[in-house]
Design a protein around this ligand. Structure first.
Ligand code: GDP
Ligand code: ZN
Length: 374
């Protein structure tokens, strides 16, 4: 059958149609090189990808016979080559944003796929993402997409053993703010106690609007509240290692769902063959994605100029500095962020986190005149 006969409009969204090879929408729950597990309803299909994903191209370019495609959501900054190095674009030419178009499939992506049997299929197309949680890969560079289309991020830290690293928490929160993904703090190991200064810090985050759940994977404290938060959502469970993420996942998921997936059976190498997060179905609906212990969390693609907005307390004054290009250093005159610090609208600890991220973001930004010419 010719591929052009596959009418997207005619396809039933759940694949119940009797039409030959209808396309159905599914969720990528795990992947390995060249192989994808796609969930459609309660069924997991082991899929390959038809051809390659199309690279972005300006929407004014029409390819004969191509269908009009919906625009991808925008709003994320580009990292590509500086526009100064390229020929100036024609007026009103939409510049494609390479970061918005999935050119590689990630866990959490929604795809259109054609089932080939009750357990196998072919991915035809990746749908636009509504959000993505990424970090910079340590050392090797490049983007590591932790999860596409997350509804929320559960940031797990322990009260003790190891005590919370608030600098890391602030990084996570900035990353979530930049990606416009709601975040909540899960303070685990409550059975070990809650030192007063940590309780106070937790209250600060709650006052900023981040829900704080106090849990113990050991005693079961707070797990019901956590379970409720997860229903019907695609959630990323992340945090440093040793804080109890696996223990929480084990408590939240029925044993049957912690099985080794089809990819691992297909490749015969166990669950570690999957790359990136694996999404596990929650008993009351929704999906939980884990990340292998993240030790470093460098922000990806967050320009220094965007950082004040990634700290909720600084957002109201993000554009209020007296001078264009204010460095927000202590010596700056009329720095609205420093004034907010002086007025106690942001704590010194949070401001220190902001400064660290600012410094890291600036070191990433190479001025265009310093880039090699073509
Ligand atoms: P992960 O690295 O974040 O996945 O952490 P694990 O789930 O492997 O837990 C690390 C250690 O902390 C293990 O020895 C767990 O038994 C222990 N642990 C996990 N959750 C709790 C908890 O709520 N209370 C206590 N006391 N120990 C916990
Ligand atoms: Zn400033």
């Amino acid at each position: 059958m010719a591929e052009s006969n596959l009418s997207r409009e005619a396809a039933s969204p759940r694949g119940e149609s009797a039409a030959p090879a209808p396309q159905v929408e599914g969720l990528v729950v795990a992947l390995a090189p060249g192989l994808f597990e796609v969930a459609v309803g309660g069924t997991i299909y082991l899929c390959t990808l038809r051809g390659r994903l199309r690279k972005p191209r300006p929407s004014h370019v029409t390819i004969p016979g191509s269908r009009a495609r919906p625009p991808f959501p925008s709003g994320r900054p580009t990292r590509g080559p500086s526009p100064h190095r390229m020929a100036p674009p024609l007026p009103a030419t939409p510049v494609p944003d390479a970061t918005d178009r999935p050119v590689r499939i990630s866990p959490g992506d929604r795809v259109l796929m054609t089932p080939l049997s009750h357990a196998e299929g072919v991915i035809e197309e990746v749908l636009p993402r509504k959000a993505v949680l990424s970090r910079a890969r340590p050392e090797v560079g490049g983007e590591h997409i932790m999860l596409a289309n997350p509804d929320q991020a559960i940031l797990v830290f322990a009260t003790l053993e190891p005590g919370p690293n608030f600098r890391l928490l602030d990084r996570y929160l900035a990353l979530c703010e930049h990606a416009t993904v709601p975040a909540l703090l899960c303070l685990n190991k409550m059975d070990l106690g809650l030192p007063r200064e940590i309780d106070e810090a937790a209250k600060l985050y709650a006052s900023l609007g981040y829900p704080v759940l106090r849990t113990s994977a050991t005693t079961g404290l707070g797990l019901e509240a956590l379970r409720e938060r997860l229903i019907g959502r695609l959630s990323l469970l992340t945090g440093p290692s040793g804080v109890g993420k696996s223990s929480l996942m084990n408590a939240l998921l029925p044993e049957a769902d912690q099985r080794i997936g089809d990819i691992s059976q297909a490749t015969g190498k166990g669950r570690h063959t999957t790359t990136g997060a694996r999404l596990l179905p929650l008993p009351d609906g929704g999906w939980l994605a884990d990340t292998a212990g993240i030790r470093e969390l460098a922000l990806w693609n967050v320009p220094a100029a965007d950082l004040p907005r990634c700290f909720i307390e600084l957002r109201p004054v993000a554009d209020a500095c007296l001078y264009e290009g204010c460095t927000h250093a202590a010596a700056e005159e009329g720095c609205a962020l420093r004034e907010a610090l002086g007025a106690g609208r942001i704590t010194p600890s949070r401001f220190a986190s902001f400064e660290r991220l600012l410094e890291a973001a600036r070191s990433e930004e190479v001025p265009h005149w310093a880039l090699p010419a073509h």
